[in-house]
Ligand binder design. Sequence first.
Ligand code: GLU
Length: 278
Amino acid sequence: MSFTTRFAPSPTGHLHIGHAYSAWTAFRAACEAEGRFVLRMEDIDTVRCKREFEQVILDDLIWLGLDWEEPVRRQSEHFSEYDAVLERLRGLGVVYRCFKTRREIMEDIARAPHEVGEVYRGPLKPMSADEEAARIDAGEAFAWRLSQSHCRDVLGARFGEMRFIEDDKGEQTADPVPLGDVVLARKDVGTSYHIAVVHDDALQGISHVIRGEDLRAMTPLHVLLQTLLGLPTPVYRHHRLLLDETGERFAKRNRSATLKSLRESGVSPDQVRARFSD
Ligand code: GLU
């Protein structure tokens, strides 16, 4: 498979230097490998994502010196594909409806023995079919969660043998257990980042996923979904996160670090790229 990587921003705001570093790292890797570079708009959250942000992102990336294959894939135009993925997972029996509010989830976590953090490991007792039917009939909203225990049943020994290659570290064990029963279809958007990213990476022939180390924790979940769906697992590279002068990660709310404000204040792309080697 030829080297193909991507940058996949969510247009919920303007890009900051940290995003620029991520985009540049992926783009450079594609150039060095004489491979392909694709851009994808991860805009399934149609309330928070805005077309005006998308346009600024495109302008920013061109200004920074990137180019990519057209057309840019926009996830909001492919909800039916993500529905089909969820349907397959339903067919495998590895997802379940969760009607709980955030507060009820937190109460369940608090009651679960030996649990640390905010990991939800499923209902303490499964909902009866009658109650589920009644709540659906009543029009109650629900999310779909991935059941770790059902994944284990379906995959058998393979569940404990999942691996992925991390570019700089070699073979890694993909252990999704610490993540608990993750939401795969949100109540509000009907799908999730996890379904969309796994589907799109496979569809777009992504051989190398290059993204920030803040997303590393999710990689075992993505490998689990790839295993369930029979999709190839790309090589992963999780790059360091750039920090601002105070040692904090750049955030979309930090307006002075947005590429838009930097380019409008006369900073050159070279000066931005110089920050990448700090
Ligand atoms: N859309 C994600 C973000 O903006 C990136 C997802 C990924 O690279 O896998 O953080």
